[in-house]
Design a protein around this ligand. Structure first.
Ligand code: ATP
Length: 302
């Protein structure tokens, strides 16, 4: 059942079309990712859901509430982790939680929250003395302290080391398992692939696709890549003549062949017929990165 519905959302800043007719629904209990390059319109979209920005047109509903009309009610059911949220350096962990708790009618037990987020020994530690990972966990705790039904997490693991990122992912799965629906804004493919039940890919203010991570990669899975180092020189035409092959690229001593169908077998047999041995032969799976490039025509880093 849909807990969030966004329909034809439009938000312009002057001539900048930050959200240009965005529509999607989020089901109750899922981790829904919003993925896109810098400036794609992700933050604009989620801030319209949170009621932090006023949309130009379109409709947004969160548990039947309109973020603009029902802002007060929405605050009671929505938890927000702001991008790069910073607290005063001297504010202690326990004080921050008590302050945020006071905003809600039915807040979570702060002790349990502190324990479950691995901040057990840090109640009296000032924000400025926490590590990056601990600060991130506190910002997640603050997003959850109101016992929200929906939590919006923006750039969850930016700036964290690999171990802290993995710990944070485990934590988010626990939060989802406790029944909270999560919107996750990210530009990390591995994070999206690992955590999200479904993803909206946004580019230039428009939705390019909404699907599961495997559904997105399946859309481009007809494309495969075979890499190898040949034992002897040969002309690209040898492979390009095969119906399975769409492109041949050279990367130093390495040959990269793209195509579809039974690509590996076709390439291997033509090489064998020409007495060429393919060393370090590898077949590459399509990743979410490849799907993103195929869908948007650009890499997420750009
Ligand atoms: N308050 C604003 N005034 C003018 N332009 C804005 C404003 N906020 C965002 N924009 C522009 O709208 C576009 C979308 O911005 P938005 O922050 O929604 O993208 P994003 O996908 O969240 O990017 P990032 O990953 O960098 O946070 C960008 O081109 C941005 O420069």
């Amino acid at each position: 059942m849909a807990i969030i519905e966004v329909k034809d959302l439009v938000k312009h800043y002057g001539s900048q079309r930050a959200a240009d007719g965005i529509s999607f629904t989020v089901d109750e209990g899922e981790i829904f990712g919003i993925l896109g390059p810098n400036g794609a319109g992700k933050t604009t979209t989620v801030e319209c859901i949170e009621g932090l920005r006023t949309r130009d047109s379109g409709s947004v509903s969160v548990m039947g509430l309109d973020p603009e009309r029902d802002a007060k009610e929405l605050k009671q059911v929505l938890g927000i982790q702001l991008q790069e949220s910073r607290l005063p350096d001297r504010l202690r962990v326990g004080e921050a939680l008590d302050l945020y708790r006071s905003f809600y009618r039915n807040p979570a037990d702060p002790e349990r929250l502190i324990e479950s987020l691995g901040l057990g020994g840090k109640r009296k530690t000032p924000f400025g003395k926490l590590s990056g990972g601990q600060q991130q966990r506190l910002s997640i705790a603050l997003a959850l302290v109101g016992n929200p039904r929906v939590a919006v997490l923006d750039e969850l693991t930016t700036g964290l080391d690999p171990q802290a990122r993995r710990d944070t992912w485990d934590l988010i799965e626990q939060v989802r398992d406790s029944g909270v629906t999560i919107i996750l804004v990210t530009h990390f493919m591995d994070e999206a692939e690992r955590l999200c039940d479904r993803l909206a890919v946004i580019d230039s203010g428009k939705i390019v696709a909404v699907d599961t991570p495997s559904g997105l990669t399946a859309r481009v899975s007809a494309e495969q890549r075979v890499r190898f180092r040949p034992s002897a020189e040969f002309a690209d035409a040898l492979l390009l003549d095969l119906p399975e092959v769409s492109a041949v690229e050279r990367n130093g001593a390495q040959v990269v062949v793209s195509g579809g169908g039974n690509l590996l077998q076709a390439v291997a047999s033509v090489l064998a017929r020409n007495h060429i041995v393919a060393a370090d032969l590898r077949v590459e799976q399509v990743s979410l990165d490849d799907a993103f490039v195929a869908l948007t025509g650009k890499s997420i880093e750009n």
